[in-house]
Design a protein around this ligand. Structure first.
Ligand code: TYD
Length: 203
């Protein structure tokens, strides 16, 4: 059987990923493809417990980074790899690019340490495609203020999100063949159209 494809979705908080992942999931299912929808941190029972700690508790950046990778290790072994092996496509709301963007870009954590953890936890596993929802932190903040109470990450400063955004764009430039960048300031329908058009070339 053919292996499934691993697609990840990234962007600063408030970029509107959820609606667009919904649309892609629905479209892929219409093409007869089995889809596994998941997220990080989270995606497994233990991962969801780790997620709750990460979003609520203050901690060192090292502890934070290790917890993201602990959640990721569970997620890969129990969800991502089994799904890909049976031919399903995995749509993950965030993956390792988020650690490079938030912990390295946003919080100045040493990228060499993240690279070591990435290799320990992932081996050769990399997403087939990564969709980056690119948005200015000013627009994201306006959207988030309307939407919900902020968690520990969403409460970070505008300057923090500027660094996170830059780190995402930098990674997208370095891994240009893997990344597909969407302008998340457009109307939702225009974003969906661009995403589904691109997804046709993935099948
Ligand atoms: P997310 O699930 O996108 O948040 P929400 O459901 O509230 O939109 O991600 C949770 C937060 O964790 C988000 O602010 C980004 C952050 N994060 C990191 O800092 N590093 C990581 O490696 C990951 C996966 C997420």
């Amino acid at each position: 059987m053919q292996q499934g494809k691993f697609i990840t979705f990234e962007g600063i908080d408030g970029a509107g990923k959820t609606t667009q992942i919904d649309a892609l999931e629905h479209w892929l299912e219409k093409q007869g493809i089995e889809v596994v929808r998941t997220r990080e941190p989270g995606g497994t029972p233990l991962g969801e417990k780790i997620r709750a700690m990460l979003l609520a508790d203050d901690m060192s950046v090292t502890a934070e980074t290790l917890l993201f990778f602990a959640s990721r290790a569970e997620h890969i072994e129990r969800v991502v790899v089994p799904a890909l092996e049976r031919g399903a496509w995995v749509l993950s709301d965030r993956f390792t690019d988020a650690t490079y963007a938030y912990q390295v870009g946003g919080k100045n954590y040493d990228p060499a340490k993240v690279e070591a953890l990435e290799s320990l936890v992932q081996g050769a596993l990399q997403p087939f495609k990564t969709v980056l929802f690119d948005l200015s932190p000013d627009i994201a903040a306006q959207r988030l203020a309307k939407a919900r109470a902020a968690d520990r990450f969403e409460a970070e400063s505008r300057e923090f999100f500027r660094r996170v955004r830059e780190a995402y764009l930098d990674r997208a430039q370095r891994c240009a063949r893997r990344f597909f960048i969407l302008d998340a300031s457009l109307e939702p329908q225009a974003i969906t159209d661009a995403l589904l058009q691109e997804a046709q070339s993935w099948i």
